[in-house]
Design a protein around this ligand. Structure first.
Ligand SMILES: [Mg+2]
Length: 364
């Protein structure tokens, strides 16, 4: 540990940049398509020369510039402060108390939080998982696919199994239930019964329609049904869950651990998958992990695969890491996967650093 470096960890400045990163496959869902990945890249500079990195994903380019500006302006609150992510979280929460910390305000706070934790881990010379008291280890991952149709769906499923993945998720919610059943059936046939298969409805069904479709899908041995109905309808999820013989998964849209708690109190799901950004960064994730442990809730991650690989290593009920690469082309060293597991390297920090040449190319 470098004590001199830690003593000199004063935040000097924050730089936020926007990029549009090309995707190998567009993210197609029943409610819309993401063709390229809109990211705000955050650099948190310390007085001792350490730089913390993180990115936030804004889903739509329409929110890219406003998120970037908010990161930049909230970052001014941290400038001149000694590096302390928990204190920063309280400070930003206080500043946003009257406006409320949700939507892009939460995303911006979480991005700053992740950059601060990255910088702190680097100051200690430790990978994030070890700074948090855990060990860097391979984390079981599922390969996350889209509403790809049969030809591309089968191709991706084959590629995933060949690459060693033991679990695959596909997005469904086709116009007709028969189409949902058909794609699940052909993919199940191709990958066999030994590979886990999950499906994601991306909130697209009414409660009765979800109940009808889940009944029909029960024969395919699915490992979970994700967000069958509107994510904020916890009571609706709970009604679906009481009738379903398949586990109900949700959590990527919980904004802060308070929403996670409300969902669990409502009995909305069997499994949880907070998004490290929406749940409030590393600081929010740690609270979510404690809540999941108390409620006996298996906890998976949502996108943000690099930092999630560290966080699942210290999550008592860790379940699956989602492999969905939204940042790879702008990273200096994309996260490695081997034998169906994410394998973070043991360099200090979270493993997020930029390929500056690519950042310049995809800059907005
Ligand atoms: Mg999902």
């Amino acid at each position: 540990m470098n004590t001199e470096k830690i003593a000199n960890c004063i935040v000097e400045r924050i730089v936020a940049r926007s990029v549009m990163v090309p995707l190998e496959y567009p993210v197609k869902t029943s409610v819309g398509t993401v063709d390229a990945s809109p990211l705000v890249l955050i650099d948190l500079y310390l007085s001792n020369g350490i730089v913390g990195h993180a990115y936030v994903f804004t889903y739509t380019p329409l929110a890219l510039e406003s998120t970037r500006v908010l990161v930049q302006s909230l970052g001014t609150v941290l400038c001149g402060q000694a590096l302390a992510p928990y204190a920063f979280d309280r400070l930003l929460a206080a500043r946003l108390r009257l406006i409320g910390r949700s939507g892009i305000a939460m995303m911006a706070c979480a991005g700053l939080d992740m950059a601060a934790w990255d910088a702190l881990a680097k100051a200690h010379g430790l990978p994030l998982a070890e700074l948090l008291g855990g060990k860097v280890r391979p984390v079981p991952a599922y390969d996350s696919h889209s509403m790809d149709g049969e030809t591309i769906g089968l191709l991706r499923a084959e590629r995933a199994v060949d690459a060693g993945f033991r679990a695959i998720k596909i997005k469904i919610g086709y116009k007709d239930l028969r189409d949902d059943c058909h794609i699940v059936e052909v993919i199940r046939k191709r990958i066999g019964s030994e590979v886990d298969l999950m499906v994601d409805y991306n909130q697209s069904l009414s409660v009765p329609e979800a109940q009808r479709r889940i009944r029909a899908l029960q024969q395919y041995g699915l490992s979970w049904i994700e967000e069958p109905t509107l994510q904020e309808d916890y009571a609706g999820h709970a009604r679906i869950r009481t009738q379903a013989a398949l586990p109900i998964q949700m959590g990527e849209n919980w904004c802060g651990v308070e929403e996670m708690q409300r969902a669990l109190d409502a009995g909305a799901c069997d499994l949880g998958m907070p998004d490290v950004m929406k749940i409030g960064g590393v600081t929010g994730w740690l609270k979510a992990a404690a809540l999941a442990e108390m409620r006996g809730l298996p906890m998976s991650s949502h996108i943000f695969q690099e930092i999630s690989a560290h966080l699942l290593a210290v999550t008592p009920t860790a379940h699956w890491l989602e492999r969905m690469d939204l940042a790879g082309p702008v990273l200096a060293k994309p996260l490695a996967f081997r034998d169906g597991a994410a394998v973070p390297d043991d360099a200090p920090g979270t493993g997020v650093a930029w390929n500056e040449e690519a950042v310049a190319r995809f800059g907005v």
